[in-house]
Design a protein around this ligand. Structure first.
Ligand code: DSN
Length: 466
């Protein structure tokens, strides 16, 4: 018996209606709700087009002009264009900075940098995870090395000063003097203030340490010139491309190149990061570059260099500040009292709610945020706060007035959460059980209806169908 050939030209809707239906449901969820996860955004139709293009078919291990496979003449042009745009978007001189656009995302980008520039079990310092750092900057507990950065390298966290809720640069300086790290990472996953890269540089110079900025969260703000600039002070800068930068899910590594200075005899000394980083990405850690992602980064970088992108990033910050101010006015505690960037860090301890319960109630009323530790939390498993971001809603066109409305929605959700907790007691499992009862589902559905009607006023970019 012969089988009938699969029609490889059918659109998803016809080829796989079951899967297509799930994607449509997710698109509807994104459209109907309020996406306020600080690391998320809505990318453009043009970026989506690259991601679903023929570029996904091609293997191209190696660098531009030096591939291990044939047929890469167009891929080379695409990767070159992406590199050129990435450097231009961040106002970098190609004589002084190079860029690798092949990392699959931020975690592989960071690991490639450590692999390239820190010897195995070499020392790394990053902001502690419970204080707003990222897993890839190192994380371990009393019983477990959680992050691969802590398994394969020796990581030492620096922390936030509990009194100011700001990075404790003095303490970092003191610890770095003792620990003598090979690399210090200036980077955050949840921190609402500008980073002092100059101070990081000074501490690095005191100890012969390299300075890596992981600007993933704020790279869109950096491109727009509305936050502090890591390139002025850092040796290497990594970023994801899908957060404030509003591109595809991917990662990029910028590294210094060219002349570093002169030795005592007056001979030039050159940076040696380029080959080490390129070789750590491939063949060290990755196989073929994801060319559809690289093309999509090129598109996003072009968009990020347009004047409208500066307006967008300014609005992202204005919205976050309006959100923070509204929450404070409504009686909530915002870590550091406000924000300079795209996120608000909410401490729910004074409100008597946990991050998990608040996240759950907001999810039920179609507001997506994530629970997050706050300074002083004892366990990363039971965080006391929320991280709330404005990049995605700003992309949909929302402004400060909308943030006021959203604060009112959130306040109503938190009041429901408090009533639920009064009945359920402290355990999350009991909280979820009581929340699911008719008594509370009526209030939840009512609020959800209002929020979905509100969100639906704002268009969603990207493909109109999927
Ligand atoms: N998941 C991203 C974030 O939310 O910050 C980074 O891994």
């Amino acid at each position: 018996m012969t089988s009938s050939p699969v029609d490889l030209t059918r659109p998803l809707e016809e080829d796989d209606p079951e899967l297509c239906d799930l994607i449509k449901k997710e698109r509807a969820r994104q459209f109907q709700g309020l996406e306020m996860i600080a690391s998320e955004n809505f990318t453009s139709r043009a970026v989506n087009d690259c991601l679903s293009s023929c570029l996904t078919n091609k293997y191209s291990e190696g660098m531009v002009g030096q591939r291990y496979y044939g047929g890469n003449e167009h891929i080379d042009e695409i990767e070159k264009l992406c590199q050129k745009r990435a450097l231009a978007t961040f106002h970098l001189d190609p004589e002084q900075w190079g860029v690798n656009v092949q990392p699959y995302s931020g975690s592989p980008a960071n690991f490639a940098v450590y692999t390239a520039l820190v010897e195995p079990h070499g020392r790394i310092m990053g902001l502690d995870l419970p204080d707003g750092g990222h897993l890839t900057h190192g994380f371990y507990t009393a019983t477990k090395k959680v992050s691969a950065t802590s398994i394969f390298f020796e990581s030492m966290p620096y922390k936030i000063d509990p009194a100011t809720e700001l990075i404790d640069y003095n303490k970092l300086e003191e610890t770095a003097r003792l620990f003598k790290p090979r690399m210090i990472i200036a980077g955050v996953s949840c921190y609402p203030r500008h980073l002092d890269y100059k101070r990081f540089r000074e501490i690095c110079d005191q100890n012969g340490s390299l300075l890596l900025a992981d600007m993933s969260h704020v790279s869109g703000l950096v491109a727009a010139g509305v936050t502090s600039d890591p390139f002025q002070y850092c040796d290497v800068v990594t970023t994801t491309t899908h957060k404030t930068l509003r591109g595809p899910r991917s990662g990029v590594i910028f590294y210094r190149r060219g002349q570093k200075g002169t030795d005592k005899a007056g001979n030039p000394i050159f940076y040696d990061y380029e080959d080490k980083i390129n070789q750590a990405v491939f063949p060290g850690l990755q196989g073929g570059p994801h060319n559809h992602q690289i093309a999509a980064i090129a598109v996003a970088m072009r968009q990020a260099a347009l004047p409208a992108f500066v307006d967008y990033q300014k609005q992202v910050i204005l919205n976050a500040q309006a959100l923070a101010a509204g929450l404070v006015a409504a009686g909530y505690k915002v870590v550091t009292g406000g924000t300079d960037n795209h996120l608000v860090w909410l401490d729910l301890r004074p409100s008597g709610l946990s991050g998990g319960k608040a996240e759950k109630v907001l999810e039920e009323v179609a507001i997506s945020v994530n629970k997050n530790t706050v300074p002083g939390d004892k366990s990363a498993l039971n965080p006391s706060g929320l991280r709330i971001g404005t990049p995605a809603l700003t992309t949909r066109g929302m402004k400060e007035g909308d943030m006021k409305t959203i604060v009112a929605f959130m306040d109503q959700a938190f009041q429901i959460a408090k009533s639920v907790q009064a009945k359920s007691g402290p355990k999350l499992v009991d909280f979820k059980r009581v929340l699911a009862t008719d008594e509370f589902q009526g209030q939840i559905m009512d609020l959800k209806g209002k929020i979905e009607a509100y969100a639906a006023q704002y268009p969603l970019p990207g493909r109109p169908d999927l």
